[in-house]
Write a protein that binds this ligand. Structure first.
Ligand code: WTA
Length: 800
């Protein structure tokens, strides 16, 4: 039996004509789950229980229904037009309206909620007191800092400012001070390197960088100001001058960095602020379609793209979704454990919750520091009742402290998961143990580009189904297209590219300084007529594979492009490969995603050296260090594997699919069509012998790998099942579970490649009528680029 299954698997893993791999190929899939009812106590108090909302937000009623979103905000001047679609796909929302985001998140709450906490700042060290910033205090601090930005830095509406700040109360204060002036902020994740920060500074042409001297993470006070020095120097190499660096102090009145302050350039904010004490700045009345912020995110090329978000549309969208999907009431204590350096933090720590006068928790550190009971102690102490986090954090907390939540006296009414697919087993732990069976869960699918949630169950309306995000939220009308642009109906049993039929106010306005890329990446694929002025001809393509079951719920299968989703954070493979190629000894680099029990995916980095060079541990470390210094520790490869040669097609392209199979300990399929098939066995033989990883051709920069639950040998299959139950790993082939499914139960779709498909990637999958994935395959776009020596990015920095 086993041998037959093995044979079948081999047959079905014949390499595709494509030569590449993406995260989607090794996305995890699972059996269809049963529904879970929503706890009654939740529904009794929910902001939205009326099922009629979907009729009100029917596609025929677009765009009128979005008025309801905008009406949640205070406007200086009401809009003349809800939606202007005259220049597709550059949509404009609430045209003619005048608004200020800072006013809506701060000033308007003073009358009723002056003494309510706006931000609970929880320092990582447990011996430091939690700071409770009231709306009144937030108002004062935002005003004073806005005065400083205006009068000391000369900043005005439309200017861009880069923030490179950790998770401290001063970060939302800084964002709101910018918003007050109409200044566009671009917050860079604090874990990113100085170089990555510089790339974003140059691209956005920021004259001012705002940072902090140091912050706590994992029990250590990390030096941070030094990254600003690197950012200034690197931006200068790009020909961009940063005039001022403003430095917040982690401990006001004490400079906690070793890095020197450069006279005339660097200024300690806490020293300057007394000059602005008591200053009040009238919020600038901004056009609704002016920009609020830029958020850089990874794409298929090495250059991160600055998603540009509007004030009126974005703020309406995150406010409505915070109220009805997050179910935030003003009396709630809301904790989203994301980092404000990512879109989730912008939308659902700062703008959405504060627009609703909630109390929002900002936690500085690592969730499991100093022990996995920490989040539950914080929840108990602050009376948190809405909790929002990622599958990665849930997995880590489950692994390290499966029984911890039960030891603390907190009660959540609502919990969110976001950023990556959540395994049903992990979902159930979240529900049973963290939520104590009393909290509703929403699995929200969305992206940096989309501003806010797209698919989710509505917590007061729908039943929950582990592993499925749910239907489109009210007003969002998703559709799944196959390669030919044919619609795949709910329950069709097929997976394709998920798109959104209609524009919505939260969608980014464009990519900063790159409108062509905006159109190309998100709209070109399924636009029927590029000249059309009708929004119906411009579906938004998200870049994720998905399937829809009969009940209308969407299951997100993973990225279809070259983006690796590490711990719910997007990293471009090209960015990592380009960083590796900066090491002079390296001639070729290829990154593949590897399934990880905690982080979802992690990158494995394969490199080949210049002829005549010997591999060494030092070299592997150097390559890893280059990635960390170019991008940040988040992109650190699990391993750097130095190979004698890359597996290549006859035309010389690197076969990442083969490397991904090796890294994930899967069948590489038929490699006989490779130009150098012999190299595959060499790499695999070395890769599978832990003792060899440091001794000859292959080096690991990170030490021995952990035992992967996704290795489908007989002995490990049992282990995998106990860990993640029905989770299977599918790679351009059938999963082991599919292999053992009788063929008549499978509905294979075969793969078609039409000219219409062009060079775009595509999904095909086989689902049982009930929605159980039985097999799945992915056909990525052929790469135009090569990471080899001829690559245009060679020798250059990878990011913008
Ligand atoms: C993935 C994060 C499955 C998806 C808000 C998307 C998800 C990318 C989910 C965007 C979810 C996000 N289930 N996958 N609930 N939410 N993703 O821009 O691949 O950092 O395209 O935004 O994360 O990541 P981004």
């Amino acid at each position: 039996m086993e041998a037959m299954a093995e044979k079948k698997t081999r047959r079905q893993t014949k390499p595709s004509p494509s030569d590449d791999v993406s995260e989607a190929q090794i996305a995890v899939h699972w059996q269809e789950q049963n529904y879970f009812p929503v706890p009654k106590d939740f529904t009794a108090q929910a902001n939205l229980t009326d099922k009629g909302v979907f009729k009100r937000f029917a596609l025929e009623k677009f765009p009128g229904y979005y008025k309801e979103f905008a009406e949640l905000l205070d406007w200086y001047k009401k809009w003349d037009q809800i939606f202007d679609g005259s220049h597709p796909p550059f949509w404009r929302w609430f045209v003619g309206g005048k608004i200020n985001a800072s006013y809506n998140c701060v000033d308007r709450h003073l009358a009723k909620h002056r003494n309510k906490t706006a931000i609970h700042f929880v320092p990582e060290p447990q011996n430091e007191a939690i700071q409770h910033v009231t709306y009144q205090e937030l108002y004062v601090r935002v005003n004073e800092f806005a005065a400083l930005l205006r009068d000391f830095c000369g900043l005005k509406a439309g200017d861009r400012v880069t923030l490179h700040m950790p998770m401290v109360a001063e970060l939302p204060i800084t964002m709101l001070a910018c918003a007050r002036l109409g200044v566009i902020h671009s917050q860079v994740f604090s874990g990113f390197s100085g170089k990555a920060c510089a790339d974003r500074v140059s691209d956005s042409e920021s004259r001012v960088l705002i940072t902090m001297d140091a912050y706590y993470r994992g029990g250590k006070l990390l030096e941070h100001k030094e990254k600003a020095d690197i950012a200034v120097a690197e931006a200068a190499k790009d020909g961009h001058e940063l005039e001022k660096v403003l430095v917040w102090q982690r401990y006001a009145g004490k400079y906690s960095s070793q890095a020197k302050l450069v006279e005339g350039r660097d200024f300690v904010i806490n020293d300057l602020l007394p000059k602005y004490r008591g200053k009040r700045i009238d919020p600038v009345q901004m056009p609704a379609d002016a920009s609020l912020f830029l958020m850089y995110t990874s794409g298929t090329t090495g250059k991160p793209k600055g998603a540009q978000h509007s004030i009126g549309g974005y703020l309406s969208y995150v406010t409505w979704t915070s109220k009805y999907v997050q179910d935030i009431h003003p009396e709630d204590v809301y904790w989203c454990m994301a980092d404000i350096g990512w879109i989730t933090g912008h939308s659902y720590i700062v703008y959405g919750p504060l627009a609703l006068a909630a109390s929002s928790v900002v936690y500085e550190g690592v969730p499991t520091h100093p022990d996995p009971g920490r989040p539950w102690r914080i929840a108990e102490e602050l009376g948190v009742n809405i909790f929002h986090t990622s599958p990665t954090a849930i997995r880590a907390l489950r692994k390290d402290g499966p029984d911890e939540p039960g030891k603390y006296n907190y009660r959540f009414k609502h919990m969110t998961t976001v950023g990556e697919p959540i395994e049903p087993e992990v979902w159930k732990w979240y529900f049973n143990v963290v939520g104590k069976k009393q909290a509703v869960i929403v699995d929200t699918w969305w992206q940096t580009e989309t501003g806010g949630f797209l698919c989710s169950t509505m917590p007061g309306i729908h039943k929950m189904k582990p592993g499925s995000a749910g239907p489109g939220i009210p007003g969002i009308h998703p559709v799944i297209y196959d390669d030919e642009g044919k619609e795949l109906k709910a329950g069709s049993g097929r997976a394709g590219n998920i798109c959104i039929r209609n524009p919505w106010p939260g969608i980014m306005q464009t990519i900063w300084k790159d409108s062509d890329r905006f159109v190309r990446v998100y709209y070109a694929r399924y636009c029927k007529d590029p000249k059309s002025k009708n929004w119906r001809d411009w579906p938004y393509m998200a870049g994720d594979g998905a399937a829809q079951t009969k009940d209308g719920y969407y299951r997100i299968l993973g990225r279809i492009d070259d983006v690796i989703n590490v711990a719910g954070h997007r990293l471009g493979t090209k960015e990592i490969e380009s960083a590796a190629l900066l090491v002079p000894e390296v001639v070729e680099a290829a990154v593949v995603p590897v399934a990880d029990p905690i982080k979802g995916k992690v990158p494995d980095l394969y490199v080949a050296l210049r002829p005549g060079l010997k591999p060494s541990d030092e070299l592997a470390k150097k390559v890893s260090a280059s990635v960390v210094s170019e991008i940040g520790a988040i992109a650190r490869p699990r391993q750097v594997i130095i190979v004698p040669d890359m597996p290549k097609t006859r035309s010389g392209k690197i076969m990442r699919r083969v490397l991904a199979a090796i890294s994930n300990r899967q069948d590489t399929g038929d490699v006989s069509t490779l130009a150098n098939p012999e190299v595959v066995d060499k790499i695999r033989a070395r890769r599978l012998e832990p003792s060899a990883t440091r001794s000859s051709a292959i080096w690991s920069a990170m030490g021995p790998t952990r035992s992967p639950c996704w290795t489908w040998s007989r002995s490990t299959r049992r282990r995998a099942r106990s860990w993640c139950s029905a989770t299977t790993t599918l790679q351009q082939s059938v999963s082991p579970s599919a292999a053992s499914t009788p063929p008549r139960k499978r509905r294979s779709l075969g793969r078609k490649r039409s000219s219409a498909a062009g060079s775009a990637p595509s999904w095909t999958a086989c689902l049982s009528p009930s929605g159980t994935t039985t097999s799945c395959s992915f056909m990525p776009a052929p790469r135009r680029r090569s990471a080899g020596p001829m690559s245009p990015g060679r020798g250059k920095r990878s990011t913008a």
